[in-house]
Design a binder for this molecule. Structure first.
Ligand SMILES: Cc1cc2nc3c(=O)[nH]c(=O)nc-3n(C[C@H](O)[C@H](O)[C@H](O)COP(=O)(O)OP(=O)(O)OC[C@H]3O[C@@H](n4cnc5c(N)ncnc54)[C@H](O)[C@@H]3O)c2cc1C
Length: 405
């Protein structure tokens, strides 16, 4: 059963990350947002620390160093990889979500390579992250006409000799411009729907592969969100994940979906990290500025609102932890991952909004962090599947459950 007690290693890393987030990250956060980037030298020094933080894991058999989330075990020696990643991620997001999104590593591109790649492909693509310097992977699914409706992707792929020719556009790709490689989802024939999907790794510098516009966004401003363009882009057949024989049915589509079983609890907990920061900031503001002992109705309401937000945050964290625990145990968790993500995003938006509200006009001042967190949090109900899509996933699964009466 899930154990709430952190192992000594987990507690130590959480404490280290919290102090780092508080003393180093948070003071720089507003400046990074103004600059729309985090300086490379800061990211490089952080990468060298290797404090169990990276954006996606490189498996040890493909050059990963271990010693981070992958080595985390409970008292009985069972892996707590996903749970540990969540604990670390919450602290990073508490410090600055921009930093969490800018950590070097395979990012969302890692899971499809891990699930679908041949041993040779894993070796090739993961070894990039063992080289010195900042290296990123990215995940290119969304298109101008296909966001929630993944089956509607139109980026085409056509076999030509020992190469595939790709044409299309991808949009809103996190770290897309700076990535060493991007996992690109394409279709051999849109009429085949999900069965037409093929999954490629397209490397930076491949002729015909270019970066379009970089988005100006309301939040997550220090995180790069790029448009990618594929124009007669020729990739070697060895870059088709799993090889041609792997695709007998909907394997390409399933590869896209499987990524979300581990990433959705992660997205949920990142939102909780931001919202916890907002809640704590507003709570401290209230303590410093209002005389709560006075029996004014507005003070009673403020205290009640803070108490409600604390309850919601703790419940949302537990849902994320449950989904991560199921992933660690090898249990199917698609429903629980969607529940955690949908709930955490809603809770986090409410808590950030309450933090601004509680502080009144002060909450809108740019030097008060809650204004930034209020803008940052909105996207958590949009990317990795919108709230509406999560609710569809959940309802489909509960209606398939066997009758109980
Ligand atoms: C900052 C940021 C980073 C991102 N990073 C990545 C990335 O790295 N890789 C990547 O591939 N994508 C990425 N995305 C894209 C993101 O995943 C999509 O924006 C998301 O899937 C929603 O798609 P859409 O924007 O096209 O909205 P749409 O799908 O057009 O949805 C619009 C509205 O309609 C609703 N809706 C759609 N279908 C239904 C339905 N069947 N029933 C009820 N309501 C519905 C939605 O919930 C939403 O409210 C990123 C987006 C942002 C903003």
């Amino acid at each position: 059963m899930i154990d709430f007690e952190l192992t000594p290693d987990q507690a130590q890393v959480r404490e280290f990350l919290h102090q780092f987030a508080k003393n180093v990250v948070r003071p720089a956060s507003l400046e990074w947002e103004r600059q729309h980037r985090i300086p490379d030298d800061f990211l490089l020094r952080l990468a060298m620390l290797r404090a169990g933080v990276s954006s996606g894991e490189v498996p040890p058999e493909y050059g990963g160093e271990g010693g981070g989330a992958g080595d985390s075990k409970d008292k009985k020696g069972r892996t707590q990889k996903n749970r540990f990643s969540l604990i670390a991620a919450e602290e990073m997001a508490w410090g600055d979500i921009g930093l969490a999104m800018n950590l070097p590593g395979p990012n969302l591109g890692g899971p499809p390579v891990q699930y679908m790649g041949t041993p040779e492909q894993k070796q090739r693509f993961f070894s990039v992250f063992t080289r010195p310097g900042l290296h990123y992977g990215a995940y290119g699914l969304t298109e101008p006409g296909a966001g929630s409706d993944v089956s509607g992707i139109r980026t085409s792929c056509r076999k030509d000799g020992a190469e595939w020719v790709l044409n299309g556009r991808k949009c809103y790709i996190t770290n897309g411009a700076k990535a060493d490689w991007v996992v690109i989802f394409a279709t051999v024939d849109p009429a085949l729907g999900r069965a037409g999907h093929r999954v490629f790794v397209v490397e930076k510098g491949t002729p015909g592969f270019s970066v379009g516009k970089i988005e100006e966004k309301m939040g997550l401003r220090s995180s790069e969100t790029a448009e990618l363009v594929l124009e007669d882009c020729r990739v070697p057949e060895d870059n088709l994940l799993g090889g041609e024989a792997y695709y007998r049915g909907k394997e390409g589509f399933m590869g896209a979906m499987k990524t979300f079983d581990s990433s959705r609890p992660m997205v949920g907990i990142l939102g909780i990290g931001i919202a916890r920061a907002a809640y704590e900031y507003a709570r401290d503001f209230v303590k410093d500025n209002y005389v709560l002992g006075r029996a004014l109705p507005r003070y009673v309401q403020l205290a009640d609102r803070l108490a409600e937000d604390k309850r919601l945050l703790d419940a949302a964290r537990l849902m994320c932890w449950r989904a991560a625990w199921m992933a660690d145990e090898g249990l199917p968790n698609a429903k629980e991952a969607s529940m955690a993500k949908a709930y955490a995003a809603k809770v986090a938006m409410k808590v950030c909004s309450d933090a601004v509200q509680v502080m009144g006009a002060h909450g809108l001042e740019q030097h008060q962090f809650v204004e930034k967190w209020y803008r940052d949090i909105k996207v958590f109900d949009i990317f990795e599947g919108t709230g509406q899509i999560q609710r569809i996933v959940i309802s489909k699964r509960i209606l398939k459950e066997p009758p109980n009466f």
